[in-house]
Design a protein around this ligand. Structure first.
Ligand SMILES: [Zn+2]
Length: 197
């Protein structure tokens, strides 16, 4: 992905907040170059993008979250077609994401990283995961899910995208977006190891 442009949205005026060389979690050498930049994004506010690359083993990560955290919340996007596919979203590292009608989910793990993309970008991630899962099989279920994702990416399917944002560091920008307090559904999806005050 282009680091400085997401969809039609420009990431403007990056400000370097932090830069250091840390111990790499993979090889254990002090060769992990980490930098955090603050970006201002149209309609979105300020987001923090942290990148790390190990000059010894090549380990890489990128993390994205809101620079000014909000309250924990449940975000619901009613996708009806192409318009909502263009909505920009930040999913922070420890947020849970699901497409309700399909049971597709992104369950946070201790090594999860956040990302900024569009609703379409989320579908593309599920499509990529599916193509890996279905690589060596040609069963009916794989075929059906591939077809559904293809139609959804073309704006031909209606679905509900939900983010359970336990740390208040996620956001979706758009007209058909609702925010509610975390409910039983989100509490039930929260990983046991995840603790926020
Ligand atoms: Zn390393």
């Amino acid at each position: 992905m282009d680091e400085d442009k997401i969809g039609e949205v420009e990431l403007r005026e990056p400000v370097l907040l932090y830069k250091d060389v840390l111990i790499c979690p993979l090889c254990g050498e002090k060769s992990l170059e980490v930098s955090s930049y603050l970006y201002t994004v149209d309609y979105f506010g300020r987001i923090l993008i942290t990148r790390g690359i190990c000059t010894n083993c090549g380990y890489k990560f990128r993390d994205v979250k809101l620079a000014e955290p909000t309250r924990p919340k449940k975000i619901i996007v009613y996708v009806r077609g192409e318009k909502q596919l263009r909505y920009l979203l930040v999913k922070s590292a420890y947020a849970y994401l699901a497409i309700l009608e399909k049971g597709y989910e992104m369950v946070p793990g201790p090594a999860s990283t956040g990302f900024i993309t569009t609703v379409e970008g989320v579908l593309l991630r599920f499509q990529e995961a599916l193509s890996i899962a279905c690589k060596d099989s040609v069963n009916e279920r794989c075929r059906e899910e591939e077809e559904w994702l293809k139609r959804a990416i073309d704006g031909l399917e209606r679905f509900t995208l939900v983010i359970c944002d336990y740390e208040g560091a996620s956001k979706v920008v758009g007209d058909d977006v609702e925010e509610e307090p975390l409910d039983d559904y989100c509490i039930g999806k929260k990983p046991e190891w995840l603790e926020f005050p």
